[in-house]
Design a binder for this molecule. Structure first.
Ligand SMILES: [Zn+2]
Length: 170
């Protein structure tokens, strides 16, 4: 086994979450506000790579920093690049290259989807849908998006790891 991708979504109080990502020594800790639906956007962006979409972009609002994610299909792999821009008021119009690269990694789409599904389901196990909404307040836990990504992952990635069934399949 190579160095494993790890993702942790740590829901805080008052509409904040900390997203920790690491692959070996390359680690990043992102602060995410509820101004966007961060966990839903993250899961949905990966889901979009199963279709004809070759690149997905979304951002976390880190008040006032923009944390921009760029995911690119590269054959069976997905390249993930995370950039920061100091001022979200102007940065959405700026090209990726103008941002500061915080973290980048290439892994198979299967690994990426699997690790993120696990991270999302840990959140749901820990907090439940009601607890999640109490803390995140602006958006409910993205059950349908999680189900969609899991369906795509199981159907197309031939992943032989174990899969949590906290959220029953549709
Ligand atoms: Zn899997």
């Amino acid at each position: 086994m190579g160095v494993q991708l790890q993702v942790e979504w740590d829901l805080q109080d008052h509409g904040w979450a900390i997203c920790r990502i690491s692959k070996g020594p390359a680690k990043v800790k992102l602060f995410v506000s509820y101004c966007t639906d961060g966990l839903a956007d993250l899961l949905a962006s990966i889901g979009s790579l199963y279709g004809t979409n070759q690149t997905a972009r979304f951002f976390f609002d880190s008040e006032p920093t923009e944390i921009r994610w760029v995911l690119r299909n590269q054959g069976a792999d997905v390249r993930v690049s995370i950039y920061s821009f100091p001022d979200l008021a102007i940065s959405p119009d700026l090209p990726d290259e103008d941002g500061r690269l915080l973290w980048a990694s290439t892994q198979t789409r299967s690994q990426l989807a699997h690790v993120l599904l696990e991270a999302a389901q840990r959140v749901l196990r820990e907090h439940g849908e009601d607890g999640y909404l109490t803390k995140w307040t602006m958006h409910p836990f993205p059950v349908a998006i999680l189900q969609d990504l899991r369906r795509l992952h199981l159907r197309h990635d031939h992943c032989d790891l174990a899969h949590d069934v906290t959220v029953p399949p549709k």
